[in-house]
Design a protein around this ligand. Structure first.
Ligand code: UD1
Length: 418
């Protein structure tokens, strides 16, 4: 099994180019079921994307990956479509459930494996099913599968989500695209990745309006139009490297972002005293002399993202005094804390809140990655720790970070994969 070995304390200097967003690409790939003749660019070629492509291939979608251009071209096919998503292709990546909405709306039936829980929590799909039922789907759960039917097709409706969910909003939008009539989604998630999906569907000719947390979609979408779409930048990857810059940057520049999308993260880093300069699509960041403590709560966008919580926690170990993080999105997302403690971090958990006591000097250790974002927090910890850190189970990291070692090495970090 592969490991990462990091020798800490190296100052970082250089430029990091941010890849396309994994979380924006996944629902757009699911949308390829609704159309053909699409070319996607700026696709991050990470494990989760290949898993989704395996699923699409199984369903019968035809595509070509052009690796050096980070692009995927979808082709028209006359092959029959398989409206089935098996357990083996959904269990490793929950976003597989996003094929449910497109299959059901276009082919009037779908059988998709329940994704099950994962390290960060139980992660149910009741809100996905709630939305599809509102659009007229008949849904049963049998033998671990969601069996959905809509004999006469889906019909537009009002979907008022009891709580905000990224995936359920995406499934609802994808299903409403080809439903008859108008769908209104209330209390929807409005993450930039959802806006990217909406912009993609608009290019296909769909009429979609977003006002605050209300999304209106005029259905009946079906398109053979040739569409080119460039995936938006990965704001979580950008946030991760901003934190690396705040920890060790002599002068780091982060390229290919849209800084206004990162407003919450940039404001929060500035509050901690980090030096940041924004110029067009570039952000320049360097370590400051003394970091200030801060308290944050994770929230749906535009709030602070749960996907950056573990990384920020490492920065907080270097701040003066006690910082706090309240995790509101997932019930089990502090799995990185025991590993950070083994490296010398002083962190206590009280209910949903982590109390981080700084300043702590971290020491290299052999640690275990538990999920995608936890893994990268251990990389950040390794970069600031004395001596050597060995990170096991880095397959989690490969699910979502494109060329992590190459990007860090280019900035002078000592990191290698063995
Ligand atoms: C997406 C992101 C993930 C991010 C998360 C929150 C992708 C591929 N993944 O995950 O990186 O951490 O948003 O920003 O885009 N919930 C229910 N019932 C449901 C669905 C969700 O109770 O049917 C709960 C979840 O357990 C969680 C909360 O709602 O507590 C938010 O989850 P959700 O926004 O759905 O996350 P994902 O779409 O799975």
């Amino acid at each position: 099994m592969q490991k990462l070995i990091i020798k800490g304390k190296k100052k970082l200097t250089g430029t990091i180019s941010i890849s396309g967003s994994k979380n924006a690409t996944l629902p757009i790939l699911a949308a390829s079921i609704l159309t053909n003749n699409v070319k996607l660019s700026n696709v991050p070629l990470v494990k989760d994307i290949y898993t989704m492509l395996d699923l699409l291939k199984f369903i019968g979608i035809k595509f070509r990956i052009i690796k050096d251009k980070k692009s995927i071209e979808f082709k028209k096919t006359n092959k029959p479509i398989n409206t089935f998503a098996p357990y083996r292709l959904v269990k490793t990546m929950r976003a597989g459930v996003l094929v449910l909405g497109p299959l059901l709306t276009k082919y009037k039936k779908a059988k998709v494996s329940l994704p099950g829980g994962c390290a960060i929590g139980s992660r149910p799909v009741d809100l996905h099913l709630f939305a599809l039922k509102k659009l007229g789907a008949n849904i049963k759960i049998k033998n671990g599968y969601i069996i959905a039917k809509a004999r006469n097709g889906l019909t537009g409706a009002k979907i008022n989500f009891p709580s905000v969910s990224v995936g359920a909003t995406e499934n609802a939008i994808l299903a409403a695209y080809a439903a008859k009539g108008k769908t209104t989604i209330l209390n929807s998630a409005i993450e930039p990745e959802i806006i990217d999906l909406i912009n993609f569907l608009r290019k296909l000719g769909s009429k979609i309006k977003v006002v605050n947390r209300k999304i209106t979609i005029i259905g009946n979408g079906s398109s053979n139009k040739k569409v080119n779409h460039t995936i938006i930048f990965d704001r979580i990857e950008a946030g991760t490297y901003l934190i690396a810059g705040a920890l060790l940057g002599k002068k780091i520049s982060i390229k290919k972002t849209e800084p206004k999308v990162l407003k919450c993260e940039i404001d929060m880093l500035k509050k901690m005293g980090v030096k940041i300069l924004v110029k067009n699509k570039n952000i320049f960041i360097s370590k400051c002399k003394k970091l200030k403590k801060i308290n944050i709560s994770t929230k749906p966008y535009p709030g602070f993202p749960t996907d950056l919580q573990a990384q920020l926690m490492v920065l907080m170990t270097q701040a003066d005094g006690m910082s706090k993080i309240k995790e509101n999105i997932f019930e089990n997302r502090f799995m990185h804390i025991p590993e950070l403690r083994r490296m010398g971090a002083k962190i206590k958990i009280r209910n949903k809140t982590a109390h981080i006591f700084g300043t702590s000097s971290l020491n290299g250790a052999e640690v275990m990655a538990t999920d995608l974002r936890a893994s990268v927090s251990l990389v950040l910890a390794g970069l600031i720790a004395e001596n050597r850190t060995i990170i096991n189970r880095i397959y989690h990291l490969d699910r979502g970070y494109e060329s992590l070692e190459t990007k860090l090495k280019k900035c002078n970090a000592e990191i290698k994969r063995v």
